[in-house]
Design a protein around this ligand. Sequence first.
Ligand SMILES: NC(=O)c1ccc[n+]([C@@H]2O[C@H](COP(=O)([O-])OP(=O)(O)OC[C@H]3O[C@@H](n4cnc5c(N)ncnc54)[C@H](OP(=O)(O)O)[C@@H]3O)[C@@H](O)[C@H]2O)c1
Length: 122
Amino acid sequence: MDVRMDGWGALITGSSRGLGYAMALKFAQSGADVAICGRRADLLEKARASLAAQSQGKVSAFVADVSDADQVKALYEHSANELGKIDILVNNAGSSKTGISRRLRTRNFNATWTSSCSAPSA
Ligand SMILES: NC(=O)c1ccc[n+]([C@@H]2O[C@H](COP(=O)([O-])OP(=O)(O)OC[C@H]3O[C@@H](n4cnc5c(N)ncnc54)[C@H](OP(=O)(O)O)[C@@H]3O)[C@@H](O)[C@H]2O)c1
């Protein structure tokens, strides 16, 4: 099914690779302007260039750690400014450590909680 999203602005967090990048590419190829983020500047720039080469709309990239409320605010402001508006937000950023519970550490739970649960409310 071909869904057109021309004129829409989409912010996808955690989009320098993986599912977030795949979603950003799909949005961009459907005509949306996209804003992406991640913590590693080199990966993010590679993703930005790749998205821009495969689509026609605006592609904004901003280095941010979504577990930090100040960085989330800066990400939103930068993205809204670059795209003109944000119509769609995909709270994708995060990582999940899976495995036997006795091997998981408190820091693993905390990292998952801050990126997946508390970040969207910042
Ligand atoms: N893949 C699966 O089977 C699966 C299943 C269930 C749920 N999920 C969830 O789906 C999401 C994406 O999964 P994935 O497999 O695509 O992950 P991935 O390949 O590890 O990619 C994660 C992306 O998020 C960014 N990221 C991670 N922590 C971040 C943070 N604190 N702030 C900003 N960016 C951050 C990473 O870039 P940097 O490292 O540079 O920041 C990267 O761009 C995650 O939330 C994951 O928990 C995935």
